[in-house]
Design a protein around this ligand. Structure first.
Ligand code: SAH
Length: 356
């Protein structure tokens, strides 16, 4: 037998239990070994075969030679004074993506990427500046959670409280639909990573047909919509995709998205100084969201030299929020996390690629 080079080894993280079982059958192994490996890899987050002591040594040797758990590696870590950690990750082909870990007293939130870069070119977003490099595989998407949790808590160690996963890193998840859905299923698998289904949120700039597809899925993540404008005229300038799927169509898809009795649909609204933050625009937003059980997260814009916008002043954000709340909408101002380490939205990877 010729020896297998590193690049050809099968990546195991990202395979479902059934796929792993089928693979083990091709290796001539017993199916229950696949269950053991899945438990080690997904539930206990072990990434080295040597530590899987419940597997026979010979099998570990075979796996070592032909497979790898994940090729995702930590390239660098930036730790903010507020505890936020930003991980620059290197995928198997040397592509870079980022994940952000945000601790809070009773839960952690991990923000993950779904594409290397992004094709949508929203004018206020750094990821748009680099464009789309490629889609991520389900295994790569899931590996961000495994690698991030292992970095913070250690491999094989139970996380002390629950973890929220938000797909708000690089990329447009609904343009990588199949791999994203597969990743969501793996994340919430009770026998694996066991993230609570209600703790997985997918954020989209508004790929309307895929919102309808998502609505039909058996297991659905929570949906967040990056709105950031209350009229087509402005949204066309900020989100080129709005020309394809204008607000009326997007809002209709939102109205039809099934959510639980007490569940809110989240709308993200990045506050851009003098662009979308007037009282009048707040009232337009109220009108746009009428009839939807909506929660509006107001996000102070994270400025960058490459982006032509400034952040709205805090008193403007408060005045805007007051109008929303006065009209009966739930609205929160998102505390900027990790600003001292450019944790917002593709900034790290984008900067890194620009050589800055
Ligand atoms: N493509 C998806 C997910 C990635 S963007 C989407 O559009 O939702 C994730 C969130 O980051 C979005 O709500 C987006 O509006 C926000 N965002 C992007 N650039 C930002 C910036 N410079 N400052 C603050 N928020 C930003």
């Amino acid at each position: 037998m010729t020896s297998v080079t590193a690049d050809q080894r099968t990546e195991l993280l990202g395979l479902t239990q059934n796929e792993l079982r089928d693979y083990f059958v091709t290796l001539g192994e017993k199916p229950y070994r696949a269950r053991q490996l899945y438990d080690a890899m997904c539930r206990r987050r072990i990434t080295v075969f040597e530590a899987m002591t419940d597997l026979p040594k010979t099998l570990r040797g075979i796996l070592e030679e032909r497979t790898t758990i994940t090729r995702t590696q930590i390239q660098s870590v930036f730790i903010s004074s507020d505890g936020t950690r930003r991980l620059l990750l290197k995928l198997g082909d040397n592509s870079e993506v980022e994940s952000v870990f945000m601790p809070e007293a009773h839960r952690d939130t991990i923000c993950i990427s779904s594409q290397v870069g992004c094709p949508l070119a929203c004018s206020f977003c750094m990821t748009g500046v680099i464009g789309l490099k490629r889609n991520m595989t389900a295994g790569e998407i899931v590996s961000q959670v495994v690698v991030t949790l292992n970095h913070v808590y250690g491999e094989g160690i139970q996380v002390p409280h629950r973890t929220n996963i938000v797909m708000m890193g690089m990329g447009e998840p609904l343009l990588n639909y199949d791999q994203v859905i597969k990743a969501v299923r793996l994340l919430i698998d009770a026998k694996g990573l066991a993230i609570a289904p209600r703790c997985v949120t997918l954020s989209t700039a508004g790929v309307v047909p895929r919102i309808y597809d998502l609505a039909k899925e058996e297991v659905r993540p929570r949906l967040a919509i990056s709105l950031t404008a209350s009229t087509d005229e402005l949204r066309n300038q900020l989100f080129p995709i709005n020309r394809k799927y204008p607000l009326a169509e997007l809002m209709e898809a939102c109205r039809r998205y099934p959510s639980g009795a007490r569940e809110y649909l989240t709308f993200e609204y990045v506050m851009l100084d003098g662009i979308n933050d007037s009282d009048q625009q707040a009232r337009e937003l109220v009108g746009l969201l009428s009839g939807i059980r909506a929660k509006v997260n107001l996000i102070p814009h994270n400025p960058a030299p490459e982006l032509p916008y400034e952040a709205s002043p805090i008193d403007r954000i408060l005045a805007f929020q007051k109008i929303l709340i006065g009209a009966g909408l739930a609205s929160f101002i998102r505390r900027p996390r990790g600003q001292d380490i450019s944790a917002a939205c593709g900034q790290l990877a984008a900067r890194h690629q620009a050589g800055a």
